[in-house]
Design a protein around this ligand. Sequence first.
Ligand code: SF4
Length: 393
Amino acid sequence: MGETEAIELSITEIITRLNTEITDYTGVKKWQEQTGGQAVGWLPPDVPVEIIAAFGLLPVAILGSQAEVKMASAHLPNYVCSYMRSSLDLVLQDKLNFLAGLIFPQGCDAKKHITDLFERNSQWTFLHRQLLPKQLDRPSSRVYFAQEIRRLISELKRFSGVDPTEEDYRMAVTGYNLNRGLLRQIVEIQQKKRTLSNEQFFAIVKSALLLPVAQCNVYLAEIIDAVSAESADETKIPLVLSGTIVESWELLRTLDEFGLTIVGDDLYAGYRYYNQDLLLDEGIRDPEERIVAAVVKRHYGQIPYSNYFAKDLDKKAFILDLAARTGARGVVFALLKFCDAVDYDYPLIKEALAEQKIPSIKLEIEFQSAASGQLKTRLQAFAEIIRGRGNGI
Ligand code: SF4
């Protein structure tokens, strides 16, 4: 076995172990057995996981499921996205009973309106609605968001009976900053080398959203060692992926099949989660106010998200810049059916990309849809168009 072959095996081995931990929340359940600790679910975007962790609780992202939706259809109209539909199904099938509670960001209309159904159909004693300002450049917006973060802290205190110390906050922030930094390192290596398949890369991101942070950091460091030793694969076409959340592993595999590799994204269950650290301002003496200020600062320095509005939050400019920075040769819009706000942004971004002669393709996806023959044909044609243009686009 040659050196490269041995390294490939090593990446595969690490990611196989990691996949075992993230499947059916196995890693979370093991952590609960070992520590007797409680896990609290959260949904992206924009829940400050560091604050949950400072209470000694394990933050676990709820990312829906690709399994057939069995029970949620009786509770929901057809025009709700498959992320919400499949997540509610997990609740209705008692598959999230291992959680002690849930933090539900009110980031879009679907999430806002479905929260009651989660509350009514679960056994949790704690369900916190995290309100999020939509017009970010209004003068009251930051004050409102800071107050919301204080409300989250006070609700967590009431629920857990814990009042975190300065050290608790600091340790939680350190662990998650390391985690996000490691993810950024992996994506930077991926931009240069394209060693990982899309499926592997998004399994890694998913592990950061699901696993205990210390355990995940060990995996990420191992992956960095393994991919750093690899040589670049110039045959793969680098792409940007735009959307919200991609749990369609069939889609990722199909992209892999045609040599299309994601090197940048704007997903809220992706780059939005790890693009920035949480920076504590040591000039603020009160530890609680220090973390509130840090969460607010990070939130107002975030990448664009279609459900928020601000004059200087230009998603079109962000995608163009991301494509330029990452060397992407095309953009795949993987838009979840019925995710209206994201869909409304699409025509303007597509036009801007066309003006810059950057090819793009829009795919309407659902959590449960397999890659159809038509989708495969479209992606194959997309790959051929890009290859036909050579490197000069
Ligand atoms: S995918 Fe779109 S509609 Fe569904 S929860 Fe996310 S933002 Fe809301």
